[in-house]
Design a protein around this ligand. Sequence first.
Ligand code: AMP
Ligand code: MG
Length: 350
Amino acid sequence: MKTDIIKININNPEPDKLQHAAEVLRNGGLVAFPTETVYGLGADATNGSAVSGIFKAKGRPSDNPLIVHIADSRDLDRLTALKPEVSEHLIKVFWPGPLTLVMPRSSAIPDIVTASLDSVAIRMPSHPVALALIQKAGVPVAAPSANSSGKPSPTCARHVIDDLDGKVDIIIDGGSVEVGLESTVLDITSPIPVILRPGGITREQLESVIGRVDICPSLMDSEAGLHVPKSPGMKYRHYAPEARIVLFEGKPEKVCKEISRIYRQNTGNGIKSIVLATDETVDCYKGIDVITMGSRKNPDTIASRLFHILREFNDQNVQVILAESIEDRGIGFAVMNRLIKASGYNVVKV
Ligand code: AMP
Ligand code: MG
């Protein structure tokens, strides 16, 4: 298949380009587009055969359900069987934005979208291109991240092209995204809402609006493989660059010493390694190949750069990435979740 790559002005999206992409979606095609979190790969969520194309293009396991994207919260009435009361407050404060709500589903959504679960995950993105595209398409748009399954999510069109060129109809190039990590997935089917995937909206932000919010116990656990995950997608290896990642937790000074020791050991054994550090710690790695994720004081920046950095290592033939941890509060919680998963739960406590 020939993939059309369409550059778009995100501040003032050209109507003819949007119209064309919307028609492709309506006719059952696949369109990758920018959102404020990461790039998504969209298909008409009410068209089962279009949605099956997403799973094929990404190589995504069929038991991992998709998020349905809408541009008008009134669409919820058609897509859900029941709107839990708490949804009203959450939508008022966080939509459009990086919050996905898991709610009881209606029959308007085919089984393939939800992997036959009796709930559906729904979000309204805030990116002007995503919103305008969904509006013009006039259908809800099922859209997981636009990467090959298992790879880091795409934060610019180049990443999407690397993974999906020739496998989808259109890639809309809207430059780099803002958040850089996926949406927070919040299950509101139970009396106390549960975060199934940490993301762009933090637990603290949610709790300030609706009170207590729980975290799915398997999320940060290095033995997560032992639990049955509530969000099916969380069980797969994710976000992984080609190199092996080892993540180090502990006081920054101790972590730096241990990483330096392992780095030198690896170098002695002919294993090409690189250190993923922070602005605050980068200077303690003398004579060591090191890159900084950003400042610990500004975890938003770390979040927005993480996937880009992980993908860049693929071009450098790095074999092992020795990564520091950051504090797992606020958006740092989502960053640490992605790093732990990218490492395949290979976490060293020092
Ligand atoms: P992706 O859009 O590929 O980044 O991933 C979507 C995430 O939402 C995955 O972790 C899915 O498992 C999760 N998800 C989608 N639908 C549901 C649902 N009905 N219940 C629980 N988790 C869901
Ligand atoms: Mg994904």
